[in-house]
Design a protein around this ligand. Sequence first.
Ligand code: ADP
Ligand code: MG
Length: 789
Amino acid sequence: MASSSAFRSSRTHQRQVPATHSHGYSSSSSHATSNLNSTTAHGQIPPQPARSRTPSASPRRILAPSNHTARLDDDEQDSQRVRVAVRLRPKNTDEILSDADFADHVELHPELKRLKLRKNNWSFESYRFDEVFTETASQKRVYEVVAKPVVESVLSGYNGTIMAYGQTGTGKTYTVGTLGKDDASERGIMVRALEDIIANTSASDSVEVSYLQLYMESIHDLLAPEKSDISIHEDPKSGEVSLPGVEVVKVQDLDSFMQLLELGEVNRHVANTKLNTESSRSHVILMVQIRRSILGKKVEDTTCQDKSISNDLYVDNKKPMIQKSKLLIVDLAGSERIDKSGSEGHLLEEAKFINLSLTSLGKCINALAEKSPHIPTRESKLTRLLRDSFGGSSRTSLIITIGPSVKCHAETSGTVMFGQRAMKIVNKVKLREEVDYEALCRKLENQVDLLTAEVERQQKLRENERHMLDKQLKECQGALIETKKSLLTRSEFLQKENMDLKGELKDILSELKCQKDQNCSLHEVAANLEKKYEQQLRENSAIQEVLAETTQMYERKIAELIKQIEDRHSCDEHAAKELDTIHKLLDDHQKSIQQKELENAACQRALAETTKMHEKQVMELVKQIEDEHRRFECAQEQLDLAKGLLSDQQDLAQNQKQGEIDELRARLQGMSHLHDATTNELHLLKSKYQNLLEREKAVLKESSQNTFNEALEHGSPVMSNKIKPSKETISSQKAAIAKICKEVGFQRILELLKSEDSDTQIQALKVIANLAAEGTGHEMMPFSPLSLD
Ligand code: ADP
Ligand code: MG
């Protein structure tokens, strides 16, 4: 642990926060109470007298330093307003028992963010907050809604304050300070906030905590109990509040922080025992200081002339900046009224001081809510400590805790009013950045060292270069003298060589003349050869012409031949295609022939069956006719018998019955006449029938011939052997038979069966068979064959 004066700073840059900076709550800013000053439920906050609202009359010296403008946009005001949430503690066993007969005096409507307080039996007062937590709200949700936005803001470089306000026993310490060692879900705001801060800072950043208790206007260090009555220092320029001499411990992990909180708790207990007081009478403050190094502005005033060197050395030429922010988490003393009579063993003077800070806080809140020009922050240590938390440059969240019991209605009402007034306060948050001069100095010293070394290096390099150049100059001078000498000897040698060459040149010239003469004769020979060559060329061209013509002729012939071959080829292809189609047709024909053969066979089978059936029927008919014939003979015999009887009777009563006999004779004669006429008619019909048969035969022949021709026409070789009558032929045959039947008469046809002529018999049989097949026989048989008699 190290004592630190880190809160002091030489120069502070302050930046305004953009209005859009997020805050965890919704941005609604409805304030329910109409007459906040009128309430006296909260005993420690005396009502403020009405003051003239002239913010410009006296600048808000302490709580709104420097450039606080009186008029902010509504949105901006809302985003920077103190956020207030209310949390209801669940009923404990005592309350469940004692309040059983009472109706709930608090009603929560979290969806509307409203709280209703029962005024009396028939009416409620409704208050709106930024968030309303029911008794079931989890610690996590409370943290995320109330504290997390403030913690995030602190991590971004702004100051932040989270406070818990409420009657003793309503859950302030539970909400803020629960360690949750056994159950992590129970962890309060302090532990969760540090967890977030540690997770979001790097090793180069610093997180330092101080843990304090404020009781009876005296600040005790809970991390170093020997330090008591710690003084508060306020920077007159920046308005920053610091506690020089307070124990500041650097925190790197959550475990060490938890240990610090535990230590603080033990020390608090010891201190309270020593002071003979309850913990609920003191305020507990956790102060977390965060320093984060960030990249600042460029160093502009570089003195280095040489740009190339400066480029190398000033790559990282930005001012090292530090972002400083502070988070205060305050577990306030119980807001209930203290009996000033000293009923708890305190003297009157003592009792006055016990909650002076809380009373003063209430006054400040009232003044800020009223936009009063004077905010009495100097009245107490708490308000001095929190002076930039309310209405200052900090983001502030306030959680007010209330109990469910009807018995503490007055306290609950006071707490709610406090919250409502706090909601009216608008802060002006600022980003706090400053130059890290130590780091800047270190950086500049480094740069000076680097530059000095570089200058030395350059000087040494230049000296070396000069030595080298002198040496080279000397070497060059020696080499020049030697070259001059060698040049002289060389020129002498060259003159001598020149003389020799002149002699050689003369010899060569004479030789050249001889060669010129030889050349002339060679030219003549060449001219003759050229002539010969030209003649040969001419001959060659003639031969080439002939060759070209012959080639052209052959080419033409070849082209014709190719064309012929192509034509043939296309013809062949065409023929092949036709062959294919013929093959297909042949296949189709064969298929149809097979089908027809099948049909023919079926028809022949049917014909055979029909013939058989008809023969059977004819046999039956013949049998019937024979029976009839026998009966006819029987009748003839009876007639003969009757004739015998008649002659007997003639003999017996010749005389008496002569008339009768004559009559019978006449009848007999009539009958014989009739018989003759019938026989004639039979002959006539026979001849007619013969004619009809002839006609029918002719018709049958013709139809057979047609069928035969049709078969031939279809090109079927099979059909030429097996003649199959078509349906039309059959139907025409049938029609002819029906016609014959109609003309001749069925009885007559039956008689023709007995004809001696076999041809006639067969024809009659055919007709009957057809009639039987068609079922016309029945229609044609209107009378019984017996009627022939
Ligand atoms: P305060 O600090 O306001 O005096 P405490 O935080 O000590 O009140 O709470 C009083 C009792 O009520 C404690 O036993 C605490 O565990 C319990 N308590 C308070 N709030 C809750 C809650 N939201 N859920 C459960 N128990 C709670
Ligand atoms: Mg407490």
